[in-house]
Design a protein around this ligand. Structure first.
Ligand SMILES: *[C@@H]1O[C@H](CO)[C@@H](O)[C@H](O)[C@H]1NC(C)=O
Ligand SMILES: *[C@@H]1O[C@H](CO)[C@@H](O)[C@H](O)[C@H]1NC(C)=O
Ligand SMILES: *[C@@H]1O[C@H](CO)[C@@H](O)[C@H](O)[C@H]1NC(C)=O
Ligand SMILES: *[C@@H]1O[C@H](CO)[C@@H](O)[C@H](O)[C@H]1NC(C)=O
Ligand SMILES: *[C@@H]1O[C@H](CO)[C@@H](O)[C@H](O)[C@H]1NC(C)=O
Ligand SMILES: *[C@@H]1O[C@H](CO)[C@@H](O)[C@H](O)[C@H]1NC(C)=O
Ligand SMILES: *[C@@H]1O[C@H](CO)[C@@H](O)[C@H](O)[C@H]1NC(C)=O
Length: 773
């Protein structure tokens, strides 16, 4: 009897379990992308509801399932669906694609003056009508960089809003929204557009922070901090949280930013692996932005120096590599025997020249746990005898965040990384720290072994002038584009190394994620820091030329770039694209290479997209009917890239059209500067204009002998009228030495060892290099 009752009680549960099982799987967030927003005033949200109602199995309502309607700038929605429900929806009319949600990663101010963009170059307040939208970690709204003293009300075109949960906007910071569709919050996340990671405050203040004299990082690098366009307005779209940046949220942020009326979108984040255009929320969102006249500037990624690592490479966006500025952070090491060794780090701790006992990590072995110096030489806390570290400066053969020594009441840490040597960027640590070369490491070891009481001190950090700058930093992701070999990527290099800018007082200021010091400014590195330099430049050009298209603005920035030194970059343009950004020159390029949505559509067709895949990106009724697949040489791009099949002759003909934006009456003559391997013929080689806005076309025929195993070789084509120099790099290649993987490689083990080590070290570092930071 008891058993029967038990059965009756359990039976409904069993049945429920079986039903759940039949459903196959739990509901996961999917983006249902439906392309362009249809014309007219219809309610897309109700269409989304009814689509959902027709596929949802009983037990789930459309209200519960629907997370977002994308209904302002394009059409689609994000909803929690089972696999079967997703499959049913994908069959429905109007559905372009279904993309499962996934996480993307986030990728400082001497920098503006370094590139010749001093304050006097700014227009008479005209940037005040320009709004930059940042898709990032939010901002710290009370930060002095966002002080709105002197700012009038937002421009009339502004249609955005401020989500005022624990947050206030002002006339500088005019909009703020936040997105977390998976409701995936960590303890440290604040449910508001408020920045707890520092990254978004850093990028927004780099591009558009107001001028703040007397700024420094704990006394280092003191000077005036300012954004590139201090008069511009800021709108923030917080999509990145402790767990990452959700694909569905990124698309919603684009939908809103476009609808709100921003002028430029700045995106310092990306996928870890390259994905095809139709599977990449940044490529899709930025395509709609482009159609609406908005340029998206995005970071190249921090997976260099290996080739083919660039992750944001859609031709309608501006892809930004990171370069050094002429300021290097150093913290030298003084040994007890009088030797002074060079070290790299951002060290704000002053030991006042006092020497402390020095030991090698390999000598701090925890024998109780069976460890040996084979482990402790790297200063892995778990293996060490922590009692021995008290009061010591410890020498480690690996990169550490310093916490083991700090928490053991050690004094300082000296690090050496055999794979990197002396890095070309610096980090800050929670205690006195520096990083020395492998050669100097051997000197320190010799000294430790030569004396009974070795001692040392780490000197207060200083800044040097780096005569080699600018060079593209090691970690900046390199081209070529993994999917479009005929489009040169990255497009441009901008300062992204050791950049001082605003910070969130809740974010750890050093690479130790529990560093509880609270700061308003920090020095960090990443292509994430380079991107807002380019975004600000785009805003500057847009302010002066409100009617220019995104392609025209990008062209102006690329053709006026400073030429970078090829001798310092073995991968040439795959490191720096058209060169180093030169904001002041971008205002007056003379000629621009313009392009419209139709041009990008034709390009995608040529790239072998069929109508189906094309619509995944464009979301409209575009067809590829009359296009035979071929090379992408005719997209009106401001640079030239020729990929040659191995063993084939160098041969390609590019067609380009330039629009006169300089003097009405002007004559431009082409000059060709290419290596002997390549022959170039330009037809016609003189272009005469008699009006502003007039266009002229030309062809560039590139020829040469058969090539094999030819790494990138490059030159440039420059149009000159006596005032302007409109320069386009031209690259030829058929071999990519050391390419770690291709787009269709799923083998993450092919990633180089060094990269995994770096990721391991910085995985918890909220501001660090992993997040296109
Ligand atoms: C904003 O700037 C003004 C003028 O420089 C200054 O008086 C004011 O204290 C600043 N406000 C904040 C919150 O920093
Ligand atoms: C609101 O912001 C403050 C920082 O100003 C933070 O300390 C606090 O935790 C936030 N409150 C909530 C409810 O998130
Ligand atoms: C160095 O000197 C300063 C000023 O005298 C003092 O505040 C600081 O604590 C000293 N640092 C150490 C590590 O002794
Ligand atoms: C040695 O390792 C053991 C086990 O992990 C740990 O309990 C102990 O505290 C360590 N000893 C020292 C001196 O760090
Ligand atoms: C379009 O291309 C995709 C991907 O290459 C392919 O899977 C699909 O079958 C093609 N569709 C048509 C209609 O050719
Ligand atoms: C696109 O095609 C759909 C259905 O085929 C049609 O309803 C719609 O009007 C078309 N849109 C445009 C802009 O041609
Ligand atoms: C351009 O040149 C033409 C013919 O030489 C002349 O008529 C015209 O005024 C010039 N325009 C400008 C803006 O100088």
């Amino acid at each position: 009897m008891a058993n029967i009752r038990m059965f009756l009680v359990l039976y409904p549960l069993l049945l429920a379990a079986l039903v759940l099982n039949c459903r196959g799987d739990e509901r996961k967030l999917h983006v249902v992308y439906m392309g362009d927003r249809p014309q007219g005033d219809l309610s897309l949200a109700s269409t989304h509801h009814s689509m959902l109602r027709s596929v949802l199995e009983s037990g789930s309502s459309a209200e519960e399932s629907l997370v977002y309607s994308y209904d302002r700038s394009f059409n689609g929605f994000a909803a929690k669906l089972t696999k079967q429900e997703a499959a049913s929806i994908s069959e429905m009319e109007g559905v372009v694609s279904i993309i499962p949600n996934r996480m993307l990663k986030l990728h400082t101010t001497r920098s503006w003056d370094f590139m010749g963009f001093s304050k006097d170059k700014l227009g008479a307040g005209q940037e005040g009508d320009v709004i930059i939208g940042f898709i990032d970690t939010g901002v710290w709204p009370e930060h002095p960089s966002f002080n709105d003293t002197g700012f009038g009300p937002p421009p009339a075109k502004w249609k955005g809003q401020c989500q005022t949960k624990n947050f206030t906007c002002n006339n500088k910071l005019i909009g703020a929204r936040y997105y977390n569709s998976d409701n995936d919050y960590d303890d440290t996340d604040i449910h508001s557009p408020r920045d707890t990671e520092g990254h978004g405050t850093h990028t927004a203040s780099t591009a558009a922070g107001v001028e703040l004299p007397g700024t420094s990082f704990l006394g280092l690098a003191e000077g005036v901090a300012r954004g590139g366009v201090p008069n511009a307005r800021i709108a923030v779209y917080k999509v990145c949280w402790d767990s990452g940046c959700g694909l569905a949220d990124i698309l919603k942020a684009f939908d809103d930013a476009i609808g709100d009326g921003v002028d430029v979108i700045s995106v310092s984040l990306g996928s870890f692996w390259p994905s095809d255009y139709f599977d990449d929320p940044i490529a899709i969102g930025s395509f709609h932005a482009m159609k609406n006249g908005i340029l998206t500037s995005n970071s190249a990624g921090n997976s260099g120096p290996e080739p083919v690592t660039v992750t944001n490479f859609a031709p309608w966006t501006m892809t930004v590599a990171a370069s050094t500025i002429d300021r290097k952070f150093a913290a030298n090491l003084a040994l007890g025997n009088g030797q002074i060794l060079t070290g790299i780090s951002i060290n704000s701790f002053d030991l006042n020249g006092t020497s402390y006992p020095l030991m090698w990590g390999g000598d701090a072995v925890n024998y109780t746990m069976g460890s040996s110096s084979d482990y402790t030489r790297y200063c892995e806390a778990d293996a060490m005898n922590l009692d021995m570290l008290v009061g010591k400066i410890v020498l480690c053969e690996g990169l550490q965040d310093g916490s083991a020594i700090l928490l053991s009441n050690g004094i300082g840490i000296i690090m050496m990384d055999p794979t990197v040597g002396i890095p070309d960027y610096a980090f800050s640590y929670p205690l006195p720290a520096t990083l020395i070369s492998p050669d100097d490491f051997r000197k320190v070891m010799e000294y430790i072994r030569s004396t009974k009481y070795p001692e040392a001190t780490i000197l207060l950090g200083e800044t040097w002038k780096d005569a080699m700058a600018p060079t593209v930093v090691s970690f900046s992701s390199r081209g070529p584009s993994p999917v479009s070999p005929d489009i040169l990527k990255p497009d441009i290099a901008a300062p992204g190394v050791d950049i001082l800018a605003g910070w969130s007082p809740l974010a750890p200021p050093s690479i130790y994620y529990k560093d509880s010091r609270s700061l308003y400014f920090n020095v960090i590195s990443g292509t994430s820091m380079a991107c807002p330099h380019a975004s600000a430049t785009a805003a500057y050009v847009k302010a002066a030329h409100p009617d220019w298209s995104p392609a025209a603005i990008k062209s102006a920035i690329m053709t006026t770039a400073y030429i970078m030194d090829p001798k310092r970059h073995k991968d040439l343009e795959f490191a720096y694209g058209s060169g180093h950004i030169n904001p002041a020159a971008a205002l007056d390029p003379g000629l621009v290479f313009d392009a419209s949505a139709t041009d990008y559509i034709n390009f995608l067709c040529k790239q072998g997209y069929n109508t189906t895949t094309l619509r995944l990106v464009t979301g409209d009724n575009s067809t590829c009917a009359n296009t035979t697949p071929g090379r992408g040489w005719d997209l009106n791009y401001p640079s030239f890239s020729l990929y040659v099949e191995d063993g084939q002759q160098i041969m390609g003909t590019f067609t380009r059209t330039v629009t006169n934006v300089g003097a009405a009456n002007s004559t431009y003559t082409a000059s060709i500067d290419v290596p002997p391997l390549i022959s170039v013929a330009i037809e016609p080689s003189t272009l005469t204009f008699s009006a502003v806005g007039e266009t002229q076309s030309f062809t560039v025929k590139v020829t040469g002998p058969p090539i094999s195993q030819q790494p990138i070789t490059s030159g440039a084509i420059t149009w000159r009228d006596g005032t302007h120099a409109v320069r386009s790099p031209l690259v030829v290649y058929n071999y990519i030495p050391g390419a770690p993987y291709t787009l269709d490689s799923e083998d993450s083990n092919s990633m180089p060892e060094k990269k995994r080590v770096l990721n391991g070290l910085y995985k918890d570092h909220r501001s660090g290099i992993v997040r296109h930071s």
